[in-house]
Design a protein around this ligand. Structure first.
Ligand code: PMT
Length: 219
């Protein structure tokens, strides 16, 4: 039933959380399940695209002949995997919840609970979308924005800063939107700041809307 309108298009998609090690047993992570990104990967593949899906730790799997899945742990690994193929892709979709910071020092052994308090110093991770967005050639780049306040304004700032063509805003204030859930409620904002708010849908349906935006770009 799916169209093959993305045939010969190569699409790079990020999904899931990243895990930033503190010591051999602990990490800094977040609540992303990977579902949003995996659903986009499947929708793109079913429309004929050749998909590279770079995912942080997720319990999900995907089986489609058009999808190559690369599993990573950290933001730096996700960045390296994306950077190494970026020049060869037509589209980048950033659905991953990438940690903005990582522990500056990773303890070699499990940290003992002797001290009453201690500080973990963090250093900044590379911003995958901003780095690739600011060196893009013909690529069409779709970012996500996960916000809790001043959602539209923050999303617009991300479009500019990361040189995106389209951003998919989801707000943790909206019931049924965001992490883990089978549904999402998104607002599309184009690089011209055209705004389109969608109703609550399944993540499969949101994924199909996103893929249709990509199809429209090439129509
Ligand atoms: O995985 P699920 O459980 O299905 O949940 C889906 C989701 C909520 C994770 C997804 O819909 C979503 O919103 N993903 C982006 C989450 C996020 O971290 O947003 P942000 O506003 O912090 O980042 C903005 C954009 O920059 C995102 O496209 C992000 O992938 C990208 N980014 C951020 C930081 C960084 N170091 N590198 C990046 O590429």
């Amino acid at each position: 039933s799916k169209t093959q309108l993305l045939i010969k298009k190569k699409i790079l998609i990020t999904a899931g959380p990243t895990y930033e090690a503190i010591d051999p047993v602990r990490f800094i992570g977040n609540h992303s399940s990977g579902k949003m990104g995996f659903d986009i990967a499947l929708a793109a593949a079913e429309n004929g695209a050749e998909v590279i899906l770079v995912s942080g730790p997720s319990s999900l799997s995907i089986s489609h002949p058009n999808v190559r899945l690369i599993r990573v742990q950290t933001a730096v690994e996700m960045f390296d995997a994306c950077d190494s193929v970026f020049d060869s892709v037509d589209v980048l979709v950033g659905a991953a919840a990438v940690a903005d910071y990582r522990p500056k020092h990773v303890a070699d052994e499990k940290i003992k609970k002797d001290a009453d308090s201690f500080v973990i110093e963090l250093e900044k991770n590379p911003d995958i979308l901003a780095t690739l967005g600011n060196k893009k050639k013909e690529q069409f780049i779709v970012g996500f924005a996960l916000e809790t306040t001043n959602e539209i304004e923050h999303a617009k700032q991300k479009i500019v800063k990361k040189n995106l063509d389209l951003i998919v805003l989801n707000s943790l204030k909206d019931e049924g939107a965001g992490f883990g859930k089978p549904t999402n409620k998104v607002t599309f904002i184009t690089k011209n700041f055209d705004i389109e708010s969608m109703p609550l849908k399944t993540k499969e349906a949101v994924a199909s809307d996103i893929v249709n935006k990509i199809i429209e770009h090439y129509a």
